[in-house]
Write a new protein. Structure first.
Length: 563
């Protein structure tokens, strides 16, 4: 029982020493007034019991209580009552009475605030009433030199002792607040920032980029096949791997870098004032270190890294994180244990095994839906997360003049650029143009814009990204004037920046609606009826006019736009 109540006695223990000191010094001040008044022995016995016995009795009373704070408030009311009796016995001597009442009122305010002070005043009045009944009503406010001298120790020492207690209490409160703040911002297992606080830091860094334009890079890391480690070696080993990886991160990063645990076996790093190229080199050094020194007792553990530098094309911090997550997904798709940076156009090692553009034999229903798009003159193509071409209809293959060896979006664009076919690309920095296109596509799950082709036609183009790939389709031919009006409006707010819950099947359903609309008889109204994509007569492309969504030349130093 005593062990269970011992934590509740901390407040009573803190009040014990000040009460002992305060009552002894107060008895000295009261005695200096009572001595010339000639009171009998019983008065001095009562003063001795109050000063020498009551502090210890109050301590034992509060220590045995289930609520030490409430018990101390009760003890303070007893102090007020007994002090009121001595006020009447002293004939209300001005200096000792005012001093003792002020210090006792201060103790009540510190203990429980204004309501406790009010109760103390009422208790003091009750004590004064009893004192008047015992000693009679007397009035001697004048203070002698002896009374002033006897009151000085109480005036000096009691506030100092109370201040010391307050300092200790405030110091403990400060430590507790710091511990709570640390717990609310850090992960308990690894000691890194938790996801909520780390995402707040990413948001703050994005706002700083908007103000200053200083580059930063975001990194998402996933430990490969971590579930297999837990299943084979147990969760204790898995926890040790996570802690060791967190230590490895802290050792490799600067003091201004901000690592965090994103969830499970995923980690995030915010690298201020760091370009993506430098961040990639740092992650590759970390990757090499993990191969050279295993994270746990010669247990090989690898990791996949996704990196995304912040650019003006990224609309908000959620899009920045989504872009980085896409890069991590691309790293996993490339076989894991690799570093992938946004704008990296290197093909996946798996691309060498890819068949020519076409549908798998086990997808007859999807094949029939997508093949109908060709009848509606809608150019469409599906790409996987590594930008490898999964499927394209004949209209797309002809429009982009896709070669058999072109197995990725990057290879298709490079072929069009070299052969002057398909979409018109005026920039001289093709790798930068492709990187900007990749960044914009992955930061905006759905966007629509207008582009022109080398033969002088203009098209409205849709790009839709989902969790395991993205879709590119040209479904409306427009005039040059419409294209010039379309791209600025969409650039100012027409493109979505919120994440979409899309799947390949939902995208295919939308494509089926487009195909049905394009094949509808004249006069029939459908929900999504595109303009007829009939071939337009070839027009020479204007030399100086470039559609708003086409990339600017490198000399203009403007961000490139993706097709």
């Amino acid at each position: 029982m005593n062990k269970r109540k011992r934590p509740n006695a901390s407040y009573a223990r803190a009040c014990y020493f000040p009460r002992v000191v305060g009552l002894l010094l107060g008895a000295l001040a009261v005695g200096s007034v009572l001595w010339p008044m000639g009171y009998g022995w019983w008065v001095w016995a009562g003063l001795g019991l109050h000063a020498l016995v009551w502090p210890h009795a109050a301590w034992r009373w509060a220590r045995g209580s289930a609520n030490s704070v409430r018990a101390e408030c009760r003890n303070l009311l007893v102090d007020h009552f007994l002090t009121g009796i001595w006020f009447a016995a002293m004939a209300f001597a001005l200096v000792p009475t005012a001093l003792i009442f002020t210090l006792l009122g201060m103790d009540s305010m510190i203990a429980a605030g204004r309501r406790q002070f009010q109760r103390g005043c009422i208790s003091t009045l009750a004590g004064i009433t009893l004192g008047i009944l015992l000693f009679g009503l007397q009035w001697q406010p004048n203070a002698s030199a002896l009374q002033v001298a006897a009151s000085l120790p109480l005036l000096i020492l009691h506030p100092i002792s109370v201040g010391h207690i307050l300092f200790r209490a405030l110091s403990q409160l400060k430590r507790q607040r710091e511990e709570l703040a640390h717990l609310s911002q850090h992960d308990g297992l690894t000691g890194l920032f938790n996801r909520r606080h780390w995402e707040a830091l990413v948001k703050t860094e994005f706002a700083r980029f908007r103000r200053t334009g200083q580059i930063s890079t975001l990194v998402l890391i996933d430990l490969d096949h971590f579930k297999a480690i837990n299943d084979a070696y147990g969760h204790a080993t898995g926890d040790a791997v996570l802690r060791n990886f967190a230590e490895r991160l802290r050792a490799a990063l600067r003091s201004i870098d901000m690592p965090g645990r994103y969830g499970g076996e995923e980690f995030g790093i915010l690298l201020p004032n760091t370009a993506p190229k430098e961040a990639g080199e740092l992650m590759r050094r970390l990757q090499a270190n993990m191969r050279k020194q295993p994270l746990y007792e010669k247990l090989p553990v690898t990791a996949s890294f996704g990196l995304a530098g912040i650019t003006p094309d990224v609309p908000n911090h959620e899009a920045w994180m989504r872009l980085c997550d896409q890069m991590l997904y691309r790293a996993k798709d490339r076989g894991r244990d690799c570093v992938v940076t946004a704008g990296d156009s290197r093909p996946s090692p798996l691309a060498t095994q890819m068949h020519e553009p076409g549908l798998r034999n086990d997808m007859p229903v999807i094949a029939r839906v997508l093949s109908g798009l060709s009848l509606g003159h809608i150019a469409a193509a599906l790409f996987d997360p590594s930008d490898r071409l999964v499927w394209a209809n004949d209209v797309f293959l002809q429009l982009y003049a896709v070669q058999p060896e072109s197995r990725s979006f990057c290879a298709i664009i490079e072929s069009c650029y070299e052969r002057k076919l398909g979409p018109r690309i005026t920039t001289k920095d093709l790798p930068g143009w492709i990187e900007a296109a990749d960044t914009k596509r992955r930061s905006m799950p759905q966007r629509c814009f207008a582009i022109d082709t080398v033969d002088g036609r203009y098209f409205r183009v849709d790009e839709v990204s989902f969790h395991d790939g993205w879709l590119l389709d040209w479904w409306t031919e427009v005039s040059r004037e419409q294209a010039l009006l379309l791209s600025p409006a969409l650039t100012q707010g027409g493109s979505r920046s919120q994440p979409l819950e899309l799947t390949p099947m939902s995208v295919l359903a939308d494509l089926a609606d487009l195909a049905e609309a394009s094949l509808a008889p004249p006069g029939r109204v459908t929900a999504r009826q595109p303009l007829a994509a009939t071939p337009a007569p070839a027009r020479p492309a204007p030399a100086a006019a470039t559609p708003p969504d086409a990339p600017a030349p490198a000399s203009q130093k403007k961000p490139h736009r993706a097709i």
